[in-house]
Ligand binder design. Structure first.
Ligand SMILES: *[C@@H]1O[C@H](CO)[C@@H](O)[C@H](O)[C@H]1NC(C)=O
Ligand SMILES: *[C@@H]1O[C@H](CO)[C@@H](O)[C@H](O)[C@H]1NC(C)=O
Ligand SMILES: *[C@@H]1O[C@H](CO)[C@@H](O)[C@H](O)[C@H]1NC(C)=O
Ligand SMILES: *[C@@H]1O[C@H](CO)[C@@H](O)[C@H](O)[C@H]1NC(C)=O
Ligand SMILES: *[C@@H]1O[C@H](CO)[C@@H](O)[C@H](O)[C@H]1NC(C)=O
Ligand SMILES: *[C@@H]1O[C@H](CO)[C@@H](O)[C@H](O)[C@H]1NC(C)=O
Ligand SMILES: *[C@@H]1O[C@H](CO)[C@@H](O)[C@H](O)[C@H]1NC(C)=O
Length: 367
């Protein structure tokens, strides 16, 4: 008679290949780039660092392994303390506004570099860190960043929105989607809920009528000097950030129009970005993705998952699952679990940006 113990021993001696084990392997690889002295990830830029931190937080929220939680908390504490040293342009923030910083509980200006999109990425990263830890300073940092961004309202276009940076020359999609998403996230977490719902609603109304959403319900890069859609690239992250913002706004305010709009944008995005196997692809692949574009697809899939968690749809599940499976099977260096830029494969360029972006797909695939 077979011992009932034996199969158990055999099973446990072979590491199970699950969505969680894949994401954990990706986390171990991600942390080989983490630099404790700068609080950033070597081989990728400042705003990409905010996204490395966010994907780490997203994993900690769905994985109950103690080492993952501890890794996340250790990174948040260290990056909070030393990260501002890596800010490329620490002086490009509104001095008038921050002269009253002593009245604020935290100095959010440390995270501002004059590119309002970069600033907003750090706001979302500290919101994610707050979700994992409940540490109020992290949420207050995000609130401070939001306050400084709200000083840039309105742009020259349509009496609303904000410009892409402190030079105030370009009104683009990413910055305005992020401003919207930060407000919507804060509405579900900060005590002054109504204040953030009002900002998110106001920003969404502006965005929806700004011309950034084109006739196909996909979103172009920005507006021309005379405030018309400039027809520039359909970057994947610009199809994604708005989905997460609408999902959060729906959670906060239950406006009946939010989810149908999000669904239209999500379906149009999938039609534009997914290949025949439902794997998300960036137009710059395989060889022309710059140090920003290498980050985009993960942001899309992270936000598609957030929408899926509020308004589930088989089409979203298929894309998330297929992208994650393809990342693992076709876009991974099996020797060290580092993940490359082309999710459909072959691996190609690898750095902390391509890796953290692909890791977003692995994390999104966790049930
Ligand atoms: C992770 O750490 C936080 C903060 O210390 C704690 O509240 C939470 O329960 C931990 N989660 C897990 C899964 O260990
Ligand atoms: C800076 O902040 C002050 C105070 O909130 C505001 O009045 C001013 O318009 C801001 N300046 C810029 C350039 O954003
Ligand atoms: C619901 O959303 C629409 C579109 O953004 C907006 O016009 C309307 O004012 C919102 N309703 C409420 C109660 O906020
Ligand atoms: C968005 O704008 C379109 C017109 O471009 C309008 O038909 C639609 O009702 C608006 N949706 C929301 C949610 O405001
Ligand atoms: C909308 O899609 C059609 C068909 O793919 C394409 O010809 C057209 O250029 C698209 N419009 C925009 C603004 O992207
Ligand atoms: C990436 O974006 C930043 C602004 O966030 C910009 O300053 C930089 O030039 C971009 N890098 C590349 C390689 O395009
Ligand atoms: C997701 O992928 C796994 C393979 O990793 C497969 O077994 C499963 O059926 C897929 N689920 C869906 C909903 O496509």
């Amino acid at each position: 008679m077979l011992s009932p113990v034996l199969p158990l021993l055999l099973a446990s001696s072979v590491a199970a290949d699950t969505a969680v084990s894949r994401a954990e392997a990706a986390l171990s690889a991600l942390q080989t780039w983490y630099n404790g002295e700068t609080g950033m990830w070597n081989t990728c830029g400042w705003w990409n660092g905010a996204n490395c931190m966010t994907v780490l937080a997203e994993l900690a929220l769905v994985d109950d392994a103690t080492w993952v939680n501890d890794t996340a908390k250790g990174v948040f504490a260290n990056t909070y303390a030393v990260g501002p040293k890596a800010n490329p342009y620490p002086d490009r923030h509104n001095e008038t506004y921050y002269s009253s910083a002593s009245k604020r509980s935290v100095d959010a200006s440390l995270w501002l570099d004059g590119s309002y999109d970069d600033d907003a990425w750090w706001a979302l990263a500290w919101i994610a860190a707050y979700d994992v830890t409940g540490i109020q300073e992290y949420l207050d940092t995000a609130k401070g960043i939001f306050e400084s961004l709200s000083n840039a309202w309105p742009s020259k276009c349509g009496n609303g929105g904000i410009d892409s940076d402190y030079t105030h020359v370009y009104v683009n999609a990413v910055t305005n989607e992020l401003f919207f998403s930060v407000a919507a996230h804060l509405a579900n977490r900060a005590s002054d809920r109504k204040y953030y719902i009002d900002w998110a609603t106001k920003q969404w109304k502006w965005f929806n009528s700004s011309g950034l959403i084109n006739e196909n319900y996909t979103i172009n890069d920005g507006l021309t000097n005379d405030c018309k859609n400039n027809g520039a690239a359909l970057w994947s992250y610009n199809q994604g950030i708005v989905l997460g913002g609408l999902a959060e706004l729906h959670r906060a305010a239950h406006n009946a129009s939010d989810l149908p709009t999000a669904k239209k944008i999500a379906k149009a995005a999938i039609a534009a970005l997914a290949d025949d196997n439902n794997v998300i692809r960036e137009s710059c692949e395989p060889d022309d993705c710059d140090a920003n574009a290498t980050q985009f697809k993960g942001i899309f899939i992270r936000n598609l998952k957030l929408l899926h968690s509020v308004a589930p749809d088989d089409a979203y599940a298929k894309v998330i699952n297929a992208s994650a499976n393809s990342v693992w099977n076709n876009d991974r260096n099996a020797a060290n679990n580092q993940l490359g830029v082309v999710w459909a494969g072959p691996v190609g360029q690898i750095d902390a940006s391509t890796h953290s972006s692909a890791m977003d797909a692995l994390v999104a695939a966790i049930e």
